[in-house]
Design a protein. Structure first.
Lengths: 165, 797
């Protein structure tokens, strides 16, 4: 076991990732997940881990604008793409309309699901600026939240859609 | 001890002169959480950190014969390996439940009980080292159910710290008033048996802790709801003076009661930091969180009630049996909570409660939102529905005839003050059209009410310190509020900032907060029992009013007027900008510091053994109507809508209150319909977020939140709790709605399609159309303690 481990640790590879519009070069273990690389190597800890097995949605990032569970993505799969994490959503200190709507609608409580929710909602609104309640629920159904009962989040996404229109 | 409640003007109108209290303002911590800037415990990584993994028991019950760590200690990258002999001192959240060790070296009591821990350069190395540790176990009979725990153990009891007998942890037998006489006078008697399966908190954030030990000073950052109690436990287990320990509650990604106990991983990272001199971190995996648990107890319940012809309750006898899992935790309190709050909604003139908590070889149970009261609330509300049906009375009307009145004492001596139970009933019945619903096949509506405490009236261990304290400091024009209270996502930081801002004429975001930190903030007992708004809110109010007095005095002098005419609003103290007034005052007095405290009144409950559980300075009231459709071919439930009216006393922030109500409704629906922490041969059946079903966006119905403001005489600005209460009526209202839809009773939570189908099958066979437990086991309850009734006269406040 430990020999295999040592050999695995020894075989790292260099990857070039574009994260929040910046090119980053990282040396990663071949079995590391994108979530681990973002959190541990790039210290972008806004990407949360809730289960590490693709069940909760807390680690959602956008890959070329599409929501992906970063705990199920290998960094190599993200090479040549544009990765957006929660740190890349606001413009400077000005919140994105989705973030602003979450704030105003009380859609944030403990905040642990929030980065994944905001990114998934942003992707939805980028593709469909005026989604129905059913479309919002369908798009966000893979993101669990234990605090809000989802009610405020649906309201926030509707409001963000109006703000972006 | 003096009572330090602040008395707001009870005649103040809901808006009164308040500028920001009650407004739907954003949380003060929202921006950091929305941008990823906020650091939760697992986001903390100090230079040179070592990472911890645990070796845990694979057996539900076994003696530990030997632990050989030599294979691990010799591994490259391993800094330290510890076992039970390194941390032999037992601890537990209550003085009476000091029954766990951070690492077990004598025997393991559930799958997941920690035996050894490794600190290494990374998690993989720590994990590999754990696999190299060899433990020799001698397996013992595993106790898997309440019924089995009540039998004499074949091998040995799970614990030898308790009197037993066998695997019994705690027994209670209390009687208030003459129950036999009440039954004898009753026109109608009914008995029912119910079961509530255990479930868990499933906070999105896994527990994480980081410790440093530098120059005889230990610091722990942890996802904890109760830094005050963790501080004490660490001092005991590590044999360090409390003055050399600082516990900081990091930003918490959801609690719900799951981060209320001192945990093994917290002790272990501290011990390893002391041994290695390096920062040491541990984050539990999701599977480990399921086994850390401390969630809802499975409870078997039996209730007998006698009513007069008009539906008035004359006597009630309530029995509960709690499956406690492997350790004591909050168990004695949990046990008593299953019997304490039946009387805060209904006037029960004679009441008998018998409770038992047993140990089983499963992950330990503890407090979850509503602590020990959702289970009996489910039983009680369905039981009353059945009585109403039998005597031909509308279920809402039956309840109304028994509602408690404001400013009274219950038969078990609890002090009721503000009480909006009538109003929440009226509002929810009216909004939902419950009374005038048009019947269609498969459609049902259910109604239930509940109440919950605004903080436990007594601390967990006996001490005379205030329950909550705030220090408010003004320096260089900036305001900092220090309080031990812990924001677990419920918004307590925002409550404290709003209170201070209201009094000082500022905005909540003008207030800097230092909270949940035993090194820098004064005492607050923690985020449990829905105590923070009421208790820390009052402490903040007192501190802020003192500070306001200082600033107004200085401004009045400067302006040459009486302090009584100095207005405080919009960032100004009279004619002076807040900053200028603050600097002027600092020139005169030095740094400005005021403090506020809150200790509950001493007359909230009785003095009998067990009277410490249930008393609270105020009770919130909630009523729910659930509207659903059930497919009789599959038992599948479709939720249409939930109406929830809540007596909040007064909203400090209506947006946050609405969010707490919606979250409570959601969590109640999850418990009612799907969530179950169930085991097979000691193994959790679903220790993952996929298998442990919780509602998604798609299962969540519309929620209409109705806030009723009763202006509590002792709450800050009249405020009461909202974090826990609104969950309670939802669960029985779901089961009641299923009965309304199909005519069958599912007397067991969760109410799943298979249980509905079995109840329908029962109905089709000409029986009562019920699914649920058949009988309540024989329990060796102690001799009944008959408590003398309090004076029935209304309490004068």
């Amino acid at each position: 076991m430990s020999e295999a481990l040592v050999s695995a640790i020894g075989s790292r590879e260099v990857l070039r990732l574009s994260v929040n519009g910046q090119d980053r070069e990282v040396l990663v273990k071949p079995y590391a997940t994108l979530m681990e690389v973002l959190r541990e190597d790039l210290r972008l800890t806004g990407t949360k881990h809730g289960c590490e097995t693709g069940e909760c949605g807390a680690c959602t990032v956008l890959i070329d604008g599409v929501p992906k569970l970063s705990c199920l993505v290998l960094p190599a799969q993200a090479e040549g793409t544009g990765v957006t994490t929660i740190e890349g959503v606001a413009t400077g200190s000005t919140l994105h309309p989705v973030q602003q709507a979450f704030m105003d609608a009380g859609a944030v409580q403990c905040g642990y699901c929030t980065p994944g929710m905001v990114l998934t909602a942003k992707a939805l609104l980028d593709a469909n600026p005026a989604p129905s309640v059913g479309e919002i629920k369908g798009a966000l159904a893979g993101n669990l939240c234990r605090c809000t009962g989802y009610v405020g989040i649906v309201e926030a996404v509707q409001e963000a859609g109006r703000a972006l229109a | 001890m003096t009572t330090t409640t602040t008395q707001p003007d009870p005649g103040l109108s809901p808006d009164g002169d308040l500028r920001i209290v009650g407004k739907p303002l954003p949380r003060v911590d929202a921006v950091g959480k929305l941008t990823g800037a906020t650091a939760y415990a697992d986001d903390i990584e100090l230079p040179g950190t070592l990472f911890v993994k645990f070796l845990r028991s694979p057996h539900p019950h076994a003696r530990v014969l030997s632990v050989d760590t030599s294979g691990a200690t010799s591994m490259s990258g391993v800094a330290a390996v510890i076992t039970g002999s390194d941390l032999p001192t037992k601890y537990g959240i209550m003085p009476t439940t000091q029954d766990e060790r951070a690492l077990e070296n004598e025997k393991v009591r559930f799958v997941g009980d920690p035996v050894a821990a490794v600190a290494a350069v990374d998690e993989e190395t720590a994990l590999a080292a754990c696999r190299a540790i060899h433990v020799e176990y001698q397996r013992l009979e595993a106790i898997e159910s309440i019924e089995q725990a009540l039998l004499s153990p074949t091998d040995e009891p799970i614990h030898d710290d308790y009197a037993g007998p066998g695997n019994i942890h705690r027994l209670a037998a209390l009687e208030f008033g003459d129950v036999d006489e009440g039954f004898a006078k009753s026109d109608h008697l009914r008995e029912d048996v119910f079961f509530f399966e255990g479930n868990t908190h499933l906070a999105m954030e896994q527990h994480s802790s980081t410790a440093t030990y530098v120059g005889d000073q230990l610091t722990l950052w942890s996802s904890t709801q109760t830094p005050h109690y963790v501080h004490r436990a660490l001092s005991k287990v590590l044999d360090l003076p409390m003055s050399h320990i600082r516990v900081v509650a990091a930003t918490i990604g959801g609690g719900f009661g799951g981060k209320c106990d001192p945990f093994s991983h917290e002790m272990v990272v501290c011990k390893l930091a002391m041994l290695t001199g390096r920062p040491v971190k541990c984050t539990l995996t999701r599977e480990e969180v399921f086994y850390a648990h401390r969630g809802r107890h499975p409870v078997l319940m039996w209730v007998r009630t006698g009513v007069a012809r008009d539906g008035k309750i004359l006597a009630m006898h309530f029995r509960t049996a709690l499956d406690g899992g492997a350790y004591g935790s909050y168990g004695p309190a949990s046990t008593l909570y299953t019997g304490a709050l039946q009387t805060t909604t209904y006037n029960i003139p004679a009441y008998r409660f018998e409770g038992v908590r047993v140990f089983t070889n499963k992950a330990p149970c503890g407090p979850k939102r509503g602590h020990g009261t959702p289970q009996p609330r489910f039983a009680l509300e369905l039981h009353l529905d059945k009585i109403a049906q039998e005597i031909g009375l509308d279920p809402v009307e039956l309840r109304r005839r028994n509602y408690v009145k404001p400013h009274t004492r219950t038969v078990n001596q609890l002090r009721i003050t503000s009480c909006g139970i009538e109003e929440v009933t009226d509002r929810v019945v009216q909004a939902s059209g419950f009374a005038d619903r048009i019947r269609r096949p498969g459609h049902g509506m259910g109604f239930a009410v509940s109440s919950y405490m605004c903080g436990a009236g007594l601390p967990i261990y006996w001490n005379k310190m205030p329950h909550s304290e705030c220090v408010l400091q003004v320096s260089r024009g900036g305001v900092t509020l220090f309080c031990g209270a812990t924001d677990i996502g419920q918004g307590s930081d925002s409550v404290l900032a709003t209170v201070a801002a209201e009094e000082l004429g500022l905005w909540p975001t003008d207030i800097r907060l230092v909270t949940g930190d035993t090194g820098f903030a004064p005492v607050d007992l923690g985020s449990y029992s829905s105590r923070v708004t009421f208790m820390a809110g009052n402490a903040a109010l007192m501190a802020a009013r003192k500070m306001r007095g200082i600033l107004v005095g200085v401004a009045a002098e400067q302006m040459g007027c009486s302090p009584s005419v100095v207005e405080v609003c919009d960032g100004k103290i009279g004619e002076l900008a807040f900053e200028d007034a603050a600097v002027l005052a600092q020139e005169r007095f030095g740094v400005l510091s005021t403090h506020g405290t809150y200790t509950p009144p001493s007359d909230l409950g009785g003095s009998f053994r067990g009277a410490g559980v249930g008393p609270s300075p105020a009770y919130s009231y909630s009523a729910a109507v659930v509207d659903l459709d059930v497919d009789p071919r599959s038992g599948e439930i479709h939720l249409n809508k939930v109406w929830l009216a809540h007596d909040i006393g007064r909203s400090i922030n209506s947006l946050a209150v609405k969010g707490q109500v919606e979250g409570g409704v959601y969590m109640g629906l999850g418990e009612a319909l799907m969530e179950a922490q169930a085991y097979r041969h000691g193994l959790h059946r679903q220790p993952s977020m996929l298998d442990y079903k919780s509602p998604t966006f798609l299962e969540m119905p519309d929620v209409e939140t109705i806030l009723v403001e009763t202006l509590d005489p002792e709450g800050p600005y009249g405020a009461k709790e909202v974090g826990q209460g609104p969950l309670l009526p939802v669960i029985p209202a779901v089961a009641s709605a299923v009965h309304d839809a199909l005519g069958v009773w599912v007397d067991e939570v969760p109410v799943t399609p298979d249980k509905i189908m079995r109840a329908l099958d029962d109905l089709a066979k000409g029986r009562e159309g019920r699914f649920g437990p058949k009988h309540f086991p024989d329990v060796p309850y102690p001799t009944m303690h008959k408590v003398a009734s309090p004076d029935a006269a209304p309490t004068t406040l």
